[in-house]
Design a protein around this ligand. Structure first.
Ligand code: SF4
Ligand code: SF4
Length: 257
C-alpha cells in the first residue's frame, strides 16, 4: 500500500505542539531560551525475561530505565519535548522554518511516524486533505518511508531515544524529579526553565552524582490510585492539566475511562 503526500507549507505542524527531542537537541533548544518539558510514564516491570520475539517489550526496555515505586519494580520512559504554545519560535511569517538546517529530527520526520510499531495514519495528522492527494510523491510504501533520507532520519531519532536513556536517568536525579504516570493513562509533566535544564545537563555531563529520590506515581483515576495503594506504591491523585497530560477524564469511578 502506498501513501502519497506533499507538504503544502500550511504551518499547522509548527503550532501548539510538543516535539520529542534527543538530549542533544533539547540542550540546543533550551540554550536558545526555548521551553523544554520533561514527560514521564512507566510500566510495572516484574523481573522476568522478555521473549526475544516481543519487539514492543524490547523497545520499551531499550528506551527506559529501572526504578522501584515502593517495592514494585517499574521502568520509566522519559521524554524531552520542545513545547510551544502558538507558533514555534522558529516559524517565519510565510510559514517557512527559520531553523531549517538545524531543526530537530522530529520536524523532518513529520508526518511520518517516529515511533516503531505505530502505523502512520493520515487522518491523525494535521496536514490538510490536499496534502494527501493521489498522484503526489509517495511518502510511505507498506509502512516504510519511501525516501531513504527520511528513513535514515527516523532511524537516527530512534537510535537517540535508546542512546539517551542513561543521561535521562541522571538528569531526573539532577533536577530532583521522581514522578511518573502509568503508561497508557497519561504523562507526568515537569516544566523546567530553559537555563535550569542546560545547567542540569551540564552537571550530568560533568559526572555530578546525585542520589535518586523515591519514585511515585501520579494519576487522575481513583481506581488506579486505590490499586497502587494496595500494592503500597506511593501515588498521588491529580487533575488533568498542564502537570498531567491525561488519556482519560478525571477521576472516573469505573475503570472504563
Ligand atoms: S523548528 Fe522549524 S519545522 Fe520545527 S516546529 Fe519549529 S518552525 Fe516548524
Ligand atoms: S501540517 Fe503537513 S502540510 Fe502542513 S506544513 Fe506540516 S507537514 Fe506540511
Amino acid at each position: 500500500m502506498e501513501i502519497a503526500f506533499d507538504c503544502t507549507q500550511c504551518g499547522r505542524c509548527c503550532h501548539n505542539l510538543r516535539l520529542t527531542l534527543s538530549v542533544a537537541e533539547a540542550r540546543v533548544w533550551a540554550a536558545r531560551g526555548h521551553q523544554v518539558d520533561l514527560l514521564a510514564e512507566g510500566w510495572p516491570w516484574p523481573d522476568a525475561e522478555i521473549h526475544p520475539d516481543d519487539a514492543v517489550a524490547q523497545w520499551r526496555l531499550a528506551t527506559s530505565f529501572p526504578v522501584t515505586v515502593g517495592d514494585v519494580p517499574f521502568r520509566v520512559n522519559l521524554r524531552l519535548v520542545a513545547r510551544h504554545d502558538g507558533a514555534c519560535p522558529h516559524l517565519l511569517p510565510d510559514m517557512r522554518c527559520g531553523n531549517y538546517e538545524a531543526r530537530p529530527r522530529i520536524c523532518g520526520i513529520y508526518p511520518l511516524e517516529s515511533r516503531p510499531f505505530e502505523a502512520m495514519e493520515p487522518a491523525r495528522r494535521l496536514c490538510p486533505p490536499e496534502a494527501w492527494d493521489a498522484g503526489l510523491p509517495v511518502l510511505e510504501r507498506d509502512g516504510v518511508p519511501a525516501d531513504a533520507g527520511a528513513a535514515a532520519i527516523v532511524e537516527a531519532h530512534r537510535a537517540a531515544m535508546i542512546a539517551d536513556v542513561a543521561v535521562k536517568e541522571r538528569l531526573v536525579r539532577a533536577i530532583g524529579w521522581a514522578e511518573m504516570a502509568m503508561a497508557g493513562e497519561g504523562l507526568a509533566v515537569r516544566e523546567i526553565a530553559p537555563d535550569a535544564l542546560v545547567a542540569a545537563l551540564d552537571a550530568v555531563e560533568r559526572g555530578c552524582v546525585v542520589e535518586a529520590l523515591p519514585w511515585s506515581i501520579v494519576t487522575n483515576r481513583e481506581t488506579t490510585r486505590a490499586i497502587l495503594a494496595e500494592l503500597e506504591c506511593p501515588a498521588r491523585l491529580v487533575v488533568a492539566g498542564d502537570g498531567f497530560l491525561a488519556a482519560f477524564g478525571d477521576h472516573p469511578s469505573t475503570g472504563s475511562g
